[in-house]
Design a protein around this ligand. Sequence first.
Ligand code: 4UU
Length: 579
Amino acid sequence: MPFYAPDWVPKLPFDVPDSIPINQFILDENFGRHPLGYSRAPFTCGLTGKEYSALEVKERVEFLARGLSKELGFLPNQGTEWDKVIGLFSINTIDTLTLAWATHRIGGIQTPANAAYTAQELEHQLRDSGAKCLFTCLPLLDLALQASKTVGIPESRIYLLNVPEAVAGEKRDGYKTLDQFIAEGQKLAKLEELKWSKGEGASRTAFLCYSSGTSGLPKGVMISHKNVIANVLQMRTFEDPWRKTLIEPGNQSDYTENVLGLLPLNHIYALVVIAHLGVYRGDGVIILPKFEFKSFLETIQTYKIGCLYLVPPIIITMTKSRDVVKKYDLSSVKSIFTGAAPLGEETAEDLQSMFPNWAIRQGYGMTESATVVCSTVPTDVYFGSSGSLMPGIEARIVTPEGEEVTKYDTPGELWVKGPAVTLGYLNNPKATKETFVDGYLRTGDEAVVRKHPKSGHEHIFIVDRLKELIKVKGLQVAPAELEAHLLTHPSVNDCVVIGVPSDREGEVPKAFVVKSPSVGLEESDKMVARDIARHVEQHKAKHKWLKGGVEFIDVVPKSPSGKILRRLLRDKEKEKRRS
Ligand code: 4UU
């Protein structure tokens, strides 16, 4: 028995367009977008105040597309999108989406990498995606050069996005900037429009974001133009009815507001929800390149931000620093939205006690479902819940035995179907087949449906994770990736990595290691553990470090078929923490 969006959620106002690129949907007023001339500046830098109006963004996208086309020889109607993959490795900037949309304008793909990556991690994505060039920024230039050299992207194809001086560091000449592309593009002839037949928007990849899915190494998730357009339309339709009620009557801005653009734009949450949905709706996205508590609070105050898009660790920082938070005027905030990892009920209550007027909302989504599957609404608050399904989504809860759950409060794996479910993993038919089944995405998350005690509405609760994935501050850490890396250390004979609870970060990775016989008796466990942890620190992004520790075991518990029994270790660890 599948379930759907509840009755109070409006139906989608029109069929999801499937023959246009994302940039056209987001920036063209024909598709129900807020009139360009009247909306807020889509992107404003929270540090410098520099902004581009909607009309400027539209123009810059067009000029940048011309410049890119000339430099790289990428023509809108020539070749496939796989010949035109453009890498992005940057902190958030006010140009990040201009670059994505210009890439789409010429029928290309953007593959955005996590700005916290090491050169080695970036290298994996660049090689796997077949990126032909890389846009980066000054603070990350050296890492970008290192990675691109190894994969054969020439230095002449490394380009720079502008970042505020405060975070840029030393100036470096010799790399073409996004503004130079735009200046050149201004002098070039108009490009041909993309000529797509019906359905092409549903089959052509627009973004290639990396996710490890239910197991294994990070894989390229093929996100189509239609996927992003669909989710923007779903969220807008879902949110509009009550969002209008949050805005004061008579407000000329027509229920648009400033929203916080702090979360990394390479990650699906910020990419689709903050940037695409925000700009489509006419909101102003206030971009911050990194999290720094005081500048975060100052930015909310200065730009009178109405909606804060957050992840649980930032909320915890706020609730644990009441005195600092109180010094700022955050009265502009009407709602906060959190996702990417579970928000504990107690934390939600703490935050609510600090700000009784704020609507605290939670959303649940995945890279593979690009993006939001369900979310709560301010009119039906239920802490711990991930809310109701978006319009157009069909969901099932399935037990490990393959039976469909029909009762409340009974756990099973959440399966979802809908227009934003992505095309699968690049070059990985096996993983695609396992995860995308009969049009459904198997989320690897365990869910239950509960009835709201007062309203009686059905709510989805994500209660556990069945897949291997670890979420640190909402960011993905793939155990298989760390395990493969640990095995390259001479002291490691076998190992398994699991996530253990952390107050601040949600979860952190912990390694269970079977020592190699070559480890000398004179070496203390502490020294060996330290050395193993350092091996990770030298090669992996900070959120992957073994903050949960290294514990030595005699043997990795495995099933008769050789499958690692992670659950056994997780349960043991939970027990240990309880006692
Ligand atoms: C418990 O994290 C994301 C997407 C986050 C997102 C998207 C739309 C949040 C709010 C929103 O509206 O994507 P990935 O691919 O990095 O990680 C996906 C995994 C899920 O499978 C689940 O295990 O992250 C976990 N997750 C959550 N878990 C995501 N949101 C939640 C949540 N509660 N609210």
